[in-house]
Design a protein around this ligand. Structure first.
Ligand SMILES: [Zn+2]
Length: 99
């Protein structure tokens, strides 16, 4: 099935496929069409497979799509700034660093 539970916070999630062939966890809720914080367009094809893509200016929400929220954007168990942490780790590990 394409539904599951988040390993971090236990919330219900839906597994969608991206156009890059990766799986993306989504919140099950459908968001209002004008809610731009939910930046993913979701559709279900005739086989029941769920697809998700990021909405852009070039490719706005289509009539057959609805707005969804990637679960990693709303998950309370996820650290808030993973990128900053990664950057800090890289700085620390750099050979011949500031020391
Ligand atoms: Zn979660």
């Amino acid at each position: 099935m394409s539904t599951g539970l988040c390993r971090g916070c236990g919330a219900d999630i839906i597994w969608a496929w991206t156009e890059a062939g990766q799986r993306m966890p989504l919140d099950p809720a459908r968001y209002p069409r004008e809610d731009t914080t939910a930046n993913v367009a979701v559709r279900t094809d005739h086989t029941g497979r769920i697809w998700a893509r990021v909405i852009s200016k070039d490719r706005p929400l289509a009539p057959f799509e609805h707005r969804g929220m990637p679960h990693f954007a709303s998950c309370p168990a996820r650290p808030r700034k993973p990128r900053d942490e990664l950057a800090a780790r890289r700085r620390r590990n750099r050979p011949g660093g500031s020391r």
